[in-house]
Design a protein around this ligand. Structure first.
Ligand code: MTE
Length: 400
């Protein structure tokens, strides 16, 4: 029995850290097959500790505060948030900074557990724009950060982190406090009843079970802000990082915007392709995402280990929501016309001649974003194993 035993979980999810806390991803092929929106059952889960149990009847009175360097501190209930603020709905992709860490752990063990490439999921999130709340609270001169704190009490205190106040006030950054996912109340694993959703940034900034927003002049001093979600310089070993706190308190090593990334869902890694009585073409498929709202502008596939590349087709499903105009969706207004940024994954595909595929033993993919941030050939190893995004490679086996 664990503190989360009351929670049902989908048996298809792969547990990555034993029984407790619950950290899981779906098999990549299942995740991909879900399509653009991931159902809550298969949405990846990253919990540092137990899930706070909030009963349905307690939700309307769930309280959270906006405090610190503001002219008008706010204490609001969940009910008040729904009644007093405009509700918006946006499709947003969340990605754990540890996505694809398994590849790093194979090269050299990091301090983190082994995510495959399915630590990423997309949902329609409904809630209130963070900027709307902050403008009401009126940050004081000198305020620069929004610290957030959840209700999950962990060995080193409540989970918390911060983002820049300027970002939070910028509608184009799309930060929100969400209470619905794909039209239904957030599931307990995903922050029921209220969470931050910070698009384009690593999932670790999207604090779940949100209780407090604290406006400050300095970044969060929460333990999890300092000792998690950082890319320390590559030469810093686990021992050196454990003995020398100076590496952790340096805010330059904190990570925010996601890095450009992509993966191959079909074929699966080490899949045996049956090419005995083959159709003439095999459709390779997968996903790609950019960071900081930057759009993916190309996805390229190589069958010769990166010597030459061919251009894949890209489906930007997010744009169908953009083009839908003003519309009621999932209990909020969908209105993406004024938002240029791209906050979702896109799916790519490329038909490969089976006659050619049967002669190769691996496939590589890499993506590039609109600022020409391209996935690197080489891995950047760091002690926490985060932001891993070199060219994604799968090997294939042949049968018949
Ligand atoms: N918020 C709280 N309160 N506690 C947590 O453990 N984990 C963070 C973030 N918010 C976490 C949290 C991390 S590291 C990630 S990647 C995302 O939540 C995961 O969100 P999800 O489980 O809904 O996919």
């Amino acid at each position: 029995k664990t503190p989360d035993s009351w929670l049902p979980r989908d048996p298809r999810l792969i547990r990555l850290t034993g029984v407790h806390p619950f950290n899981s991803e779906a098999p990549l092929s299942d995740l991909y097959s879900e399509g653009f929106l991931t159902s809550p059952e298969l949405f990846y889960v990253r919990n540092h500790g137990h899930v706070p149990e909030v009963k349905d009847e307690e939700i309307p009175d769930w309280e959270f505060t906006i405090e610190g360097m503001v002219e008008h501190p706010i204490k609001l209930t969940f009910r008040g948030l729904l009644e007093q603020y405009e509700q918006k709905t946006y499709p947003i992709t969340l990605v754990c900074a540890g996505n694809r860490r398994k590849e790093q752990n194979v090269v050299k063990k990091t301090k983190g557990f082994s995510w495959g490439a399915a630590g990423v999921s997309t949902a329609l999130f409904t809630g209130v724009q963070l900027g709307d709340l902050l403008r009401k609270a009126k940050p004081k001169r000198g305020a620069r950060y929004v610290c957030m704190e959840g209700a999950d009490k962990l060995p080193n205190g409540y989970y918390g982190t911060s983002v820049k106040l300027n970002w939070a006030l910028d509608p184009n950054r799309g930060m929100m406090l969400a209470h619905r996912m794909n039209g239904e109340m957030l599931r307990p694993d995903h922050g029921k009843p209220l969470r931050a959703v910070i698009p384009g940034q690593i999932g670790g900034r999207s604090v779940k079970w949100l209780k407090r927003l604290i406006i400050t002049a300095e970044p969060s001093d929460n333990w999890y802000h300092i000792y998690d979600n950082r890319v320390l310089p590559t030469m810093i070993s686990p021992e050196e990082s454990a003995n020398n706190p100076k590496w952790w308190v340096d805010e330059r090593y904190a990570i925010y915007d996601l890095s450009t990334n992509s993966a191959i869902a079909y074929p699966a890694h080490e899949e045996k392709l049956c090419l005995a009585d083959p159709p003439p073409e095999y459709r390779a498929k997968g996903y790609a995402y950019g960071g900081g709202g930057r759009r993916i502008t190309r996805v390229e596939i190589s069958l010769d280990k990166g010597k030459s590349w061919r251009l894949a087709n890209i489906d930007y499903a997010e744009d169908r929501y953009r083009e839908a105009g003003l519309k009621q969706l999932c209990g909020g207004t969908l209105d993406m016309e004024e938002r240029e940024a791209s906050f979702c994954w896109c799916f790519w595909n490329l038909d490969l001649a089976v006659s050619e595929l049967s002669t190769v033993d691996d496939i590589f993919v890499r993506a590039m974003d609109e600022s020409m941030n391209v996935q690197p050939r080489d891995m950047y190893w760091s002690v926490l194993g985060m932001m891993n995004n070199p060219w994604y490679r799968i090997t294939i086996a042949h049968e018949g």
